[in-house]
Ligand binder design. Sequence first.
Ligand SMILES: Cc1cc2nc3c(=O)[nH]c(=O)nc-3n(C[C@H](O)[C@H](O)[C@H](O)COP(=O)(O)OP(=O)(O)OC[C@H]3O[C@@H](n4cnc5c(N)ncnc54)[C@H](O)[C@@H]3O)c2cc1C
Length: 448
Amino acid sequence: MESKKVVIAGAGLVGSLWALYMGKRGHTVNVYERRPDMRKTLIDGGRSINLALSNRGWKALEGVGIGDEVRKVAIPMYRRVMHAANGELSHQPYGKEGEAIYSVSRGGLNELLMTEAEKLEDVNLHFNQKCEGIDFKLNNAHFRSYDTDEKTQVKADLIFGTDGAFSAVRSSFQKSDRFNYSQQYIDHGYKELSIPANADGSHKLEREALHIWPRGNFMLIALPNPDGTFTCTLFLAFEGKHAFEHLNTLTKARQFFETHFSDALDLMPHFDAEWEENPISSLVIIRCFPWSKNGKVALLGDASHAIVPFYGQGMNSGFEDCTVLSEMMDAHSDDDWEQLLKAFETKRKPDADAIADLAMRNFVEMRDLTGNADFLLRKKIENNFAKKHPQKWIPLYSMVTFSHLRYSDALKEGARQDDIMEQVMAMPQIETIWDSVAVEEKMLELLG
Ligand SMILES: Cc1cc2nc3c(=O)[nH]c(=O)nc-3n(C[C@H](O)[C@H](O)[C@H](O)COP(=O)(O)OP(=O)(O)OC[C@H]3O[C@@H](n4cnc5c(N)ncnc54)[C@H](O)[C@@H]3O)c2cc1C
């Protein structure tokens, strides 16, 4: 393929990674980011925010040779630790022996990606530059500098919009004909809190685990950071019986935590300040199509498919966009970008829709079912069967998190498994015979 002049709007996780991919292929890449350079300026008030990175994300990082660098700062989380309302703990491994999802710092990973991208001679990053839209006729991207208020128009062969869920590049698509778009805010929002380290720097809760306090319609989760702290996130409805609307004073918020998360509250000495200072943020699902125009402008990551965070797949799926598009570039060596981008969006859209659905479904599972006896029994049966017949049964969570199976195929297979498990769970005395030959045989028969 010919070397192109490439503009990327948004140096977040996906934009910085895509700059690396394009730079390594010999394209001239200019990345424009609305925020200041986070390596020099404190962003988010210095809060430590972390994300779960899993196999799809790792593959994309390894595709540009930086997996090992990221591994140095990632903490494996081998299991879920569930904190019941009475303080009792129960555990669920995420996958097979040795399989883990990894807690990484959002800011740390973003900085690393930017630094790696900038090492390439033909990749340049420009900060405080807000994209204000695209002129599809001239193939210009419009930017405004926050430093000087100067407006610039940058001409490019290829423009990628990686400017997140509220993408300005996508806004230009929205003004064009036959572009489909939907945005759905879910009923829940979130607030971040933290658990500090012990005096010796160790973690106050089990380190290599993702902690969940499932409470039916709401939940608290905590992911470990390398400095001994945990980043906690409360997911709660905006309105309703248990809702942010009722926690409008610190006293009420404290009472709520004392009632539902008293063991966590005991570990949060900065609760009052964090509750007051940290915002309540909303969660949005974005779907749109097409993702490209004229073979010259394309959307990647949250800009084209923002999802709720409950499967830990938003960033992973955005990173997988990079893997898939890069692999397709290898296959389409004839420089026909119009055809390539059309093929990419056609292939990828069903997978983006599938992970959007799966992520909503996992919310119910995390907040509600992880504390439910039937659900835990079903998981035990599945895991038992999967151990004996690994070729016949891969749990849905593993298909999504630990495999590279298309999300749309995982969704289909998950629906088939649901049908089977419904029949298995209806077997008489299933609680006592769950690991019997009868159950195994029934599952084999249902699998056909
Ligand atoms: C609470 C929460 C928890 C999450 N947890 C996980 C998780 O555990 N695992 C996981 O895989 N995913 C997770 N996600 C999802 C993940 O954060 C996103 O999918 C990911 O950040 C998408 O990357 P992106 O680069 O497409 O967009 P973003 O990360 O949003 O980056 C967009 C970039 O574009 C810049 N920008 C925006 N507008 C403009 C403009 N007009 N001009 C120039 N620049 C612009 C922004 O400043 C930003 O730097 C979570 C999301 C939330 C909200």
